[in-house]
Design a protein around this ligand. Structure first.
Ligand code: FES
Ligand code: FES
Length: 78
């Protein structure tokens, strides 16, 4: 399995509608912070999450968080 690459050393602050999403865990997606299928062949897979209502969320951009898909501050030590 390959390691995730850092998409950016900061979270993505995005306001999302109530829906199902696939957060990019590999860092290779061109449509950050969501998966675009670029993880193929890396052994990594996206993280599915669901929002029950529209919400501002901070999705991890560095891909090193221990609480995916959300930023846990790990990017500060990179
Ligand atoms: Fe990164 Fe799919 S493109 S997990
Ligand atoms: Fe990855 Fe904050 S952006 S932990």
């Amino acid at each position: 399995m390959e390691k995730p690459v850092v998409a950016q050393k900061a979270p993505f602050a995005v306001t999302l509608n109530a829906a199902e999403y696939y957060w990019c865990a590999c860092g290779r997606s061109r449509t950050q912070p969501m998966c675009d299928g670029s993880h193929q062949g890396t052994g990594l897979t996206p993280v599915k999450f669901t929002l029950a209502e529209p919400k501002l969320v901070y999705l991890c951009g560095c891909k090193q968080t221990k609480t995916p898909p959300y930023c846990d501050g790990t990017h500060k030590s990179l």
